[in-house]
Design a protein around this ligand. Structure first.
Ligand SMILES: [Zn+2]
Length: 314
């Protein structure tokens, strides 16, 4: 196999940015390195099999040695690069259509799904970041990973996935870097910007929920809210929001919920104890320490009660 100077240059360019690379099979997306099941226990695997993520490197000499043997594509290991790449795919054939919840929004590909999410979350479309066009006509949006948070890959709508035709590559993942060719079609840089920080609302969506203690929604017929369907529904919704809040959004969600419910305490439709009990259970269920939960609820309720009109004295 003849080495390709342009592919070596692509690998070196990635390494120069501090993004570790490893060789992919020529004209293919799969790693060119052996699989764990066929490990010869020699060379880099002498002390045990080294995965492609472990073997990805920014060392220019190692990269030159690897790429001088053949026209390898460039795999960019997103985890050690501290990148989160949002992979917006396109349908593969005419029968590859969105599920109803996306179809009814007029969605036809992964970029539409991201646009719909932006609208739902009242956020701008994150276009001003490094963007690569893939061999299939899809798009890779590169973001820097949030400090202190390890996000893993997501796939479509599974688990914490963002939606149909939207994958993310982070820890444990890789992307085919620009300059590579798959089935003869190139990966090209479409917007040569620095990767922007991953927007916090996307980070929150991608963060797996912490393991939950057993938690049930408060009984909406409890207490004096019973005569007020609206108040009961608000209590139920706010506590459910808190219980489901992801890391990074938990404290703020709890504050917002306590402020929202505080107005019903101010006007006498709920007792302070009812609201405190409901929010404490939900706050601890979402993984916040009990002490923080109590302090957050107390502060937010005090604020809300001071800032909302009082009800008529009964
Ligand atoms: Zn090995």
């Amino acid at each position: 196999m003849t080495a390709r100077p342009d592919l070596l240059a692509a690998a070196l360019a990635s390494a120069q940015r501090g993004w570790p690379v490893f060789p992919l099979r020529p004209d293919d997306k799969r790693p060119a390195l052996h699989h764990a099941t066929r490990c010869p226990r020699t060379g880099p695997c002498t002390a045990g099999h080294a995965s492609w993520e472990q073997r990805a490197t920014v060392d220019p000499d190692a990269i030159r040695r690897a790429w001088e043997h053949g026209p390898y594509n460039v795999g960019l290991a997103t985890g050690p690069a501290r990148l989160v790449v949002v992979d917006l795919d396109v349908p593969k054939h005419p029968g590859d259509t969105p599920p109803p919840r996306w179809a009814e929004l007029g969605v036809t590909d992964g970029a539409d799904v991201l646009a719909a999410l932006c609208e739902q979350h009242h956020q701008p479309y994150p276009a001003d970041t490094r963007t690569v066009r893939t061999c299939s006509g899809g798009t890779h949006l590169y973001f820097t990973a949030p400090p202190g948070l390890v996000l893993r890959n997501t796939r479509g709508e599974q688990g914490n996935g963002l939606g149909w035709k939207v994958d993310t590559r982070a820890a444990g993942g890789y992307v085919v870097a620009p300059g590579s060719l798959v089935e003869g079609r190139p990966y090209t840089v479409e917007h040569d910007a620095e990767p922007a920080p991953l927007p916090t609302w996307l980070a929150a969506l991608l963060t797996p929920p912490p393991p939950r203690p057993l938690w049930r929604p408060v009984n909406p017929s409890a207490g004096r809210g019973s005569g007020h369907g609206y108040v009961a529904a608000a209590l139920l919704n706010e506590t459910a929001n808190v219980a489901a809040a992801g890391e990074g959004a938990r404290n703020w969600t709890l504050t917002r919920a306590a402020r929202a419910l505080g107005r019903f305490v101010a006007d006498g439709r709920l007792t302070r104890a009812e609201v405190e009990d409901a929010l404490k259970g939900a706050g601890e269920a979402c993984g916040l320490p009990a002490r923080d939960v109590t302090a957050t609820i107390t502060n937010a309720l005090n604020w809300s009660i001071a800032n909302n009109p009082r009800g008529e004295a009964a």
